[in-house]
Design a protein around this ligand. Structure first.
Ligand code: NIG
Ligand code: FE
Length: 400
């Protein structure tokens, strides 16, 4: 038996296990003070002030916070081709779409990713996975999308599978229709990928489309997602990030596990989302790194009872693995409360990733995937920003 003892604040996140949390529910962290946590066979056995008769390992958490590990519901971690040089272009006033249209942006990363072998991609991406884990993320949704042809998309999905097998983290693979490849017609590429869905099913559980101006139209997005749903994929969508071109309105026609970005989303869609379990995944790192002032309206989503999660959007444009940084941005840039930001980065993020049975909350009988933070109270998350507050990590009941 392992015991984490004298926990100053234990964040449990009460939940029914069947629905993501919304509204007032997002602010209820289920905090228990001065308590011990017993762990056996990888699971939380008891949350109690007592001690068991037999203890094999004791971890002292006096003056510390214990919380569920972070779940990152939106990442593009496997690529080659950093774009640090684009930062000066952005500072001089170039927009994301200017850079993309001139053959840079995603296309630059696609060229480098195609040149890289599977082993090279694995090695490069390993570093990012290590950063994720060190900063407390033990489960993440992970997208392909820098291949733009079947062979290279499969190469990326295979790397995601290898990373998930070799590191103490659960990566849930998503096939992403990212942009139309150069010199191809939109419909032609979409139809080719529809034909490849059976092959992709062996490597991915979700599909996603970057539905936006300069990427995919809502018409082709709908055609693709319908076919993918018939094949048993869960649906996700990059929607309304740059412009509203009808993408998020597909909520009326299809069931999504999440819709992401949602910066330009109209009010009618927000109302429609409040009737469903689709999680709104908000990604404040993206406008931050694009030097934009407009962030998703988190307050409107939460106050209208839409379940909200937050994620890093880890990619070569928005390069961070830290959910702690994203919590800070959620608070300072989207006016979320720290309680809402914690629920959004754990339980609701687990729901958007499809891992809520094992991640996102701490309860008796549930797998022990948790963090010990060296802070006196959870209210230091976001408040104390720019540093790593994680002092210990427990994955499947083991200290790593
Ligand atoms: O989620 N918006 C589209 N795709 C990514 C960015 C990818 C890139 O710029 O390389 C995103 O922001
Ligand atoms: Fe993204």
């Amino acid at each position: 038996m392992k015991v984490i003892e004298n926990i100053s604040e234990l964040i449990t996140i009460p939940n029914d296990g069947r629905h993501p949390k919304r509204g007032e529910g997002m602010r209820d962290l289920g905090i228990i003070r001065n308590v011990n946590l017993w762990i056996e066979d990888g699971k939380v056995l008891r949350i109690t002030r007592e001690m068991p008769d037999r203890v094999d390992e004791k971890i002292d958490a006096r003056g510390k916070v214990v919380m569920p590990s972070f779940v990152d519901p939106h990442t593009h971690p496997v690529f080659s081709g950093y774009r640090d040089f684009e930062l000066s272009l952005k500072i001089s006033g170039k927009t994301y779409q200017d850079i993309l249209k001139s053959g840079g942006g995603i296309f630059y990363t696609v060229d480098r990713t195609r040149e890289a072998s599977e082993d090279e991609l694995f090695r490069e991406s390993s570093k990012r996975i290590e950063y994720m884990i060190k900063h407390g993320t033990l489960a993440a949704e992970s997208k392909s999308g820098y291949g733009l042809d079947l062979e290279n998309e499969l190469k990326i999905l295979k790397v995601i599978r290898r990373l998930s097998r070799e590191y103490p983290i659960t990566l849930v693979p998503t096939f992403l229709l990212h942009v139309v490849p150069r010199k191809r017609e939109e419909g032609d590429y979409v139809l080719e990928m529809i034909d490849a869905l059976d092959t992709l099913k062996r490597y991915a559980v979700n599909v996603d489309v970057f539905c936006d101006k300069g990427a995919f139209s809502s018409q082709w997005t709908e055609i693709f997602l319908k076919k993918a749903r018939e094949k048993g994929f869960n649906l996700k969508m990059h929607a309304d990030e740059l412009e509203y071109i009808g993408c998020s309105s597909l909520i009326n026609k299809l069931d999504f596990i999440s819709m992401d970005h949602l910066i330009k989303t109209p009010d009618e869609v927000i109302v429609e989302m409040s009737r469903k379990d689709t999680v709104a995944v908000l990604l404040p790192g993206t406008p931050f790194t694009l030097l934009e002032d407009k962030y998703a309206n988190a307050r409107k989503f939460i106050d209208n009872n839409v379940p909200v999660a937050v994620g890093t959007d880890l990619n070569p444009n928005c390069y961070t693995e830290s959910m702690q940084e994203i919590i800070a941005l959620s608070i300072y840039k989207m006016r979320m409360s720290v309680e809402e930001a914690i629920t959004a980065s754990t339980y609701n993020a687990a729901f958007a990733t499809g891992v809520q049975d094992r991640y996102g909350s701490i309860g008796e009988g549930k797998e022990a995937n948790l963090l010990i933070l060296d802070i006196p109270s959870y209210t230091h998350l976001g408040y104390h920003f720019g540093v790593n507050l994680v002092s210990d990590i427990v994955w499947k009941g083991e200290l790593i």
